[in-house]
Write a new protein. Structure first.
Length: 89
C-alpha cells in the first residue's frame, strides 16, 4: 500500500501523517462546515529498546492505548459528546 509506505517513510523523520478527507476539490482539507477539535494529552515517555521483544511491544502499546483512552474519556464531554465511545481496532 503506497499510503502506508509514505507514512512509514515520513515517520522515520518524525513527521506525523494525518489525512483529513472531505473537501471535494482538495480532499486533504476538511469541509469548511466541519467542526474540528484537537486535544493533546500528557506525553507518554517510552524507552528506546534496541531489540524489543513482542512482550515489550505489547506492554508499551498498551500504555499508549491506555493514555489515548484516558485523554478521550476526559475530553469527550468538552467536545459535546459525553456519551461517545472510543473504538480502537
Amino acid at each position: 500500500d503506497g499510503a502506508l509506505d509514505l507514512r512509514l517513510k515520513l515517520n522515520q523523520y518524525k513527521i506525523p501523517t494525518v489525512a483529513f478527507f472531505g473537501n471535494p476539490w482538495l480532499p486533504i482539507l476538511p469541509l469548511r462546515s466541519a467542526k474540528l477539535l484537537t486535544f493533546v494529552g500528557e506525553p507518554v515517555q517510552m524507552p528506546l529498546i534496541e531489540e524489543p521483544t513482542q512482550a515489550d511491544i505489547d506492554k508499551w502499546h498498551q500504555i499508549y492505548i491506555d493514555a489515548l483512552v484516558k485523554l478521550f474519556d476526559s475530553k469527550k464531554a468538552e467536545a459535546g459528546r459525553p456519551d461517545a465511545k472510543l473504538e480502537l481496532f
